[in-house]
Ligand binder design. Sequence first.
Ligand code: AMP
Ligand code: MG
Length: 336
Amino acid sequence: MNTSYLHFNERDLARAGELIRSGKLVAFPTETVYGLGANALDSDAVKSIYAAKGRPADNPLIVHVFDKAQIFDIAAELGDYAKRVIDCVMPAPITIVLPKNSLISDVVTAGLPSVAVRMPLSQQARSFLRAAAVPVAAPSANLSGRPSPTCWQRVREDMDGRISAVLCGEACTVGIESTVLDLTQPVPLVLRPGAVSAEYLSELLGVNVEVLSDPTSKVNSPGVRYKHYAPKVPMVLDLDDDVDKLCAFYDAKLAEGFRPVLWVHQPHRFGNRRAVEMGADDLQAAANLFETMRLLEQDYDFIIASFCRRKGGAYDGPAGRGVLDRLMRACGHNVI
Ligand code: AMP
Ligand code: MG
């Protein structure tokens, strides 16, 4: 298949919209990561997303809309919490899980009775969704298991020849996937942490919004079970920002013949060892997370990451939990 590289002008947007409506796959930018979109109302088109990504069929997709009114076509019912999130938070890097109506097929939701809905904040995402004029089902535009793409060049790396088009837009500013908030139960639950924090949602909804923390538990967010975001080279994670421990680990890997790299806060603390900045704060760490992962795996063969969410520390902000979640998955829970 020949993949077209389209741009944000009227003609190319119209083309992207036509492609979606004719059942083809188009990758597009959002504020979180690039998405791989298909017409959510066309089961065959949605099936081809799973094929293009090599994605397990029991990992559901998020339905993207540009207008809040579209949510009423997709969800069977909206409770008070959903109404408040839709009114006060959306558009934002948040996805809400709601009871689905019959318009949405089982292919989109992987057989679940619920549907995940998101209205992106990114103007480019919304102009693409408007051009599509149908709800767009989309996961991240990477091959299954790889770090999510945060610029179109990374989409090309994974998807060239596998999809009809890539809309080449801006680099993603948030950098990690949306917060997934389950609103199908009496108490709202964060299934996947993102830039919209549980603390913020608790305050907004006037209820203690819990975060799903046990990745092995049987919940209705199947995607969180899979190994995700993995770089091609081994990776370990330190949670203490312990400079001596990190240096000793680095030196041992070097002695074993590896070409290791430290991925840390304030790399100057590690002397002449190879060290790369994780980000001055949690938001910067999120914005650069997946791109840095893809850069490091090219230049090194062992990644030693460090991310410490000490109270009042650099990574104690709203996106800290989301970054930690991605790092834990990337290293396969291999904490040193
Ligand atoms: P991705 O687009 O690759 O980030 O994957 C979308 C993720 O959204 C899935 O892996 C799930 O974690 C979540 N999700 C989508 N639909 C549902 C649903 N109906 N119920 C619970 N979680 C969902
Ligand atoms: Mg993904």
